[in-house]
Design a protein around this ligand. Structure first.
Ligand code: CP
Ligand code: NVA
Length: 297
């Protein structure tokens, strides 16, 4: 059973730069040994609770846990005694008696934090409306693979200033790289520490990475997308970026909307490497979360 201070993975700043760097190093190592995975999680169980759809997060956590010798239990949030049927305190305490860690995907970050505060096992943020830290760990790993050091890089974000964008901004402060956000003007006030602009080409100037995400995050279905059109990632933007610049997207992608087909089909796109790296990063995150148990890392 975990110690009284579980190593939650809820938001990058809570974990801190040194720990995140150690997790990234471990993620690269997990990729190196992917065909001979160490059986760190033998006899351990991860519960996964989804209040929203998922392909990559679900499969990568499930395969990560199983390749390292552990088990998973997957539940839809509506199938368990949550959503008012049972208190967050009781849910956190009871889950802590059954499994070794919990991964949750839900809208409300505060509810996730409260659940975690009542548990004696690590809770992992599998995406909230606030942030998507597991995704960004895989993304940082991918940048290191493709370009080397993160420090001093410039990342240009396009489209909606959403959960993934916010987490990129958190990572920039922790890993010492710069960001420019090319987003609609009504979102500029939310961006306090980096450049926010309506000039898509300006954001791409000397950028190492161009990144975007859906204009309509889960739970926002039906919202208008016209205001995002000027921030579509097209091949033309790469003329302003560095020669080695890469294109990233956490997926699922909406071709022809937030990104043009020519960018997606070009050698600039590393989206499938990003997706694969979710697996290796999840292993490293789980190992970090479970480091105070019998996991030897
Ligand atoms: N990028 C990502 O989190 O994908 P899923 O929604 O498929 O998990
Ligand atoms: N911003 C998107 C990310 C999906 C992985 C969403 O929240 O739906």
């Amino acid at each position: 059973m975990a110690s009284t201070s579980p190593a939650h993975f809820l938001d990058l700043p809570d974990v801190g730069a040194d720990e995140l760097k150690a997790i990234l190093k471990s993620a690269h190592e997990m990729k190196r040994v992917k065909f001979t995975p160490p059986q760190h999680f033998s006899g351990m169980s991860l519960a996964m609770i989804f209040d929203k759809k998922s392909t990559r997060t679900r499969i990568s956590f499930e395969v990560a846990m199983k390749q390292l010798g552990g088990h998973t239990i997957v539940m839809n949030a509506e199938e368990i005694q949550l959503s008012g049927a049972e208190s967050l305190e009781d849910t956190g305490k009871v889950l802590s008696r059954f499994v070794d860690a919990v991964m949750i995907r839900m809208s409300n970050h505060d509810i996730l934090s409260e659940l975690a505060s009542h548990s004696t096992i690590p809770f992992i943020n599998g995406l909230t409306d606030h942030s998507h830290p597991c995704q960004i760990m895989a993304d940082l790993m991918t940048v290191e693979e493709k370009l080397g050091d993160l420090s001093g890089r410039k990342v240009a974000w396009y489209g909606d200033y959403n959960n993934v964008a916010r987490t990129w901004g958190q990572a920039a402060k922790l890993f010492d790289f710069d960001m420019a956000f090319a987003v609609p003007e009504d979102q500029h006030a939310d961006i306090t520490d980096f450049t926010a602009t309506c000039n898509a080409k300006l954001a791409a100037q000397d950028a190492d990475i161009l990144v975007t995400d859906t204009w309509v995050s889960m739970g926002q279905e039906g919202k208008g997308t016209e205001k995002f059109e000027p921030f579509k990632v097209t091949g033309d933007l790469f003329s302003a970026a560095k020669d080695h610049a890469i294109f990233m997207h956490c997926m699922p992608v909406h071709r022809g909307h937030e990104v043009s087909d020519d960018v997606l089909s070009s050698a600039k796109s590393v989206i499938y490497d990003e997706a694969e790296n979710r697996l290796h990063a999840q292993k490293a995150i789980l190992m970090w979360c479970l480091k105070d148990t019998n996991v030897k890392v």
